[in-house]
Structure formats: structure tokens, C-alpha cells
Design a protein around this ligand. Sequence first.
Ligand code: UD1
Length: 419
Amino acid sequence: MESKIYVHGGKILSGEVTVDGSKNSALACLAAASLSEDAITLTNVPRTMDIDVMVQILQDAGKKVKFLDENTVTVHGCIQNTVLQSELASKIRASAYCLGLFLATNEKAQISLPGGDKIGDRPLDIHLECMEDLGVEYEIKSGAIHAERKESITEEVVFLRYPSVGATCNLLILASKINRKIILKNVSKEPEIVDLANLLSAMGVSISGAGSDSITIKGTEQLKGGIAYEIMPDRIESGIIMTAVAITGGACKINNCIPTHNLALIRTYKKSGVEVIQGGEDSLYIDGKSTYKPINAIAMPYPGMPTDLQPLLAVYAQRCEGESVIKDSVFPERFSYVNELRKMGANIVRRGNMIQIIGNKLLSGAPLKGSDIRATTALVCAGLIAKDDTIISGMYHINRGYPNLCGMLQKLGADIVVK
Ligand code: UD1
């Protein structure tokens, strides 16, 4: 039987923690590292279940992927099998990066449609229509994309209808092996894209503009190996720790956290009353209060508020005196956690992709069900400010997303038991 998370609320979190490497960046970088047949070493890789699935996917494709220690992975060898079966593909969204990877290294690919968090509609149409511009022909049948790369690139300037994170990663991975200048327009500006671009650049790809809405890339047939690359810190994990500490009125130093990656969250919390002090380039100090001013936040592509923190903001809003408004423009259906929070007595009204929360009410513990990585995280945090015990099922989601989130919260003084 799956373990449950038991949270006994009311503890004030304080101390110091070090944030893990970014899961989402590591997923893309593992696929990118596989473009070279020579060894690439990735450090600061968070050992989560999603990462293990990606490792297995690459091993099935023929790559030799090995953890040298808890956070260091080497990748080498060639891609021999370009058929990705549904059993693995359906476990993570990032399995879609195999489309770019397999078509970069081989002529044909067959990729079962990806899975991942159930946070709303997640088509691959932007990935596919942009790949068509890069000479990919495809057909979807029996749950899989059957794709083939022709020599005929039709567009030198590829325009993304929406700055999709996944489509940007997939296109960068594919274009890295195309020896022609390609300009990608309206791309995602997320820090994870910059991280991926930095790795590709270290592997010999000519790439500029990452972090802006236009990236120019010229790939090469022979990507370099023999390099080590450090994955950026997980900005979502730092946002979660900031939230957990702030709602309990605690104080904490957060290491391995790049404040400029979390500006939207920091500004929102500062305006609401949390003291946030930047401690150099890679640490933050958080000092919480017992109550805050209400927040008004919209999840949108970077540098806006990350949608992955949207459920956490709803928990933060419980601590605010008055009405907070939170909107999600990236995943308009990402509110599965709202009903669970209502079971704790939260006063939340949902209208489409927006929720209104009347805060400053003590939540009461309840049995809850987490339905995706961030929703389950939000419920764990809600448990921290509830009287009585909160019992959360969904440990599977926590294990998918973080190497040791419950341990980190315990270290800060939270009363959490997983059993
Ligand atoms: C990635 C992250 C996820 C995060 C999200 C937004 C990984 C593994 N996952 O997901 O944690 O919540 O970015 O920051 O890195 N869309 C289309 N067509 C497409 C692609 C996307 O319509 O072809 C839409 C989606 O339905 C969604 C929006 O674009 O509404 C954002 O999706 P996208 O940026 O692609 O997110 P993911 O890469 O799936």
C-alpha cells in the first residue's frame, strides 16, 4: 500500500536548507546530453522518480546512463532504438523530448504520447507544427507519433504560437544536430531553457538569445563530449520552502537558490509582508509574520509567476487578512487541490481560471488526496497551518517531484511522518 503523509500542524519552521537541482532542467539536459556519443557528466541532478524514468527511457534507447553518486550522472553511447513505448512515455511529460532527440540522431522515431501531471489539456501541437518547419513529417496512430526527418527544412524562422517550455526544449534538442542557422521566435524564456542552452553551447552548438523570446541556433553533426555540467537549482523547490516558512511565521536561510529566478514570487511575498533578504547570488533569507496582506497573482510564462507555484499561493492566501485573487493563464484547469482545501475549511470560490480566497482562518486537518506533484505539495503545506492532523495520500507525486521534500520540512521543524 502507498505511504501517506501525516502532518501535525502548528509548528514554526526555522533553520537553513539547501535546495536540490532543478528536476525540469535535468530532464531536458539528460535528453540533450544524449545527443553526443561521448560521455557527458551532469552534476546537481535531483534523484527523483521522474528522473529515474528518464534514465530508464534513455537506457532503453541504447544510451549508457549511470549515477556515479546521488546527484552525478554520466551519459554516453549511441541511440539505437528510436521506438518509445507507452509504458514509459506515459509516466512523464518530458518523454516528449525523445522526439527531438531521436530525430536528431536518427531518421525515424516512434514516440508514444507522453503522460505527466494531470493539470489540464497538454497537447503537443506546437512541438509538432514547429518540427514540420524543420523538415519533420509525422502521423499519429495507435497512440504514438510516427515521425521521420527529411532534409527539407521549410523555414529558417520558426514561430511558436505560444512560448511552450516543452516545445522550446524539443526544438532546441532537434536543431542542435542541424547544421544550419535556425531562428526560433516566441520561445519560452524560463531559466530552464537558459540552462539547457548553456549545456548545448558547452557541447559545441552555436546558440544565442536563450532567456529572451528569440533564440538563434546553428547545430553541428558532432556534438562534443568529455564535459561536466552543473544543473541549476530548482526554483520551484525554493518557492515551496519560502511558502512553507512564511505561512508558519518562521525564518529560514535557503541555499542553492537563485533569487533572480524567483522575482515574481519574491515581489508578491514582499508586498504582502514577508521579509525577504537576498544573500548574494545563490541564497535567500526569509522572515515570516503571523498574518499578511492579501495577494493578487497571475501565473504566466517566465518572468511571470510560475504556474507550478500557483497551488502554493492558494495556501499562502489562507494566511492573508482579506480576499486574495489568483489566476492561472498557463494551465486554466489547474485547481484540483481546491476541493481538498475546502475539506479543511478553506473559503475559496472558483470562477474559470481564477480563484478568490478569503483568508485568515485556521484550517482544520482532514484526510486529503493529492492529484499531481504541486497540488500534493500544496496540501502538505496546508497541513503545516492546520490544527489537528492532516493525512495526505499522494506520496507517489511527491517522490516524482523531489528527492526529499518531507525531510527538508522536517529539518526545519515540521512535524511530518511518512508511513
Ligand atoms: C513544463 C513543466 C511544468 C510547468 C510548465 C509551465 C517540465 C517537465 N514540465 O511543462 O512543470 O508547469 O512547463 O511552466 O518541464 N501547449 C499547447 N501545445 C503544445 C504545448 C503546450 O497548447 O504543443 C499549452 C499547454 O496546454 C499549456 C501551455 O501551453 O496550457 C504551457 O505548456 P508548456 O509550457 O508546454 O508546459 P510543459 O512543457 O508541458
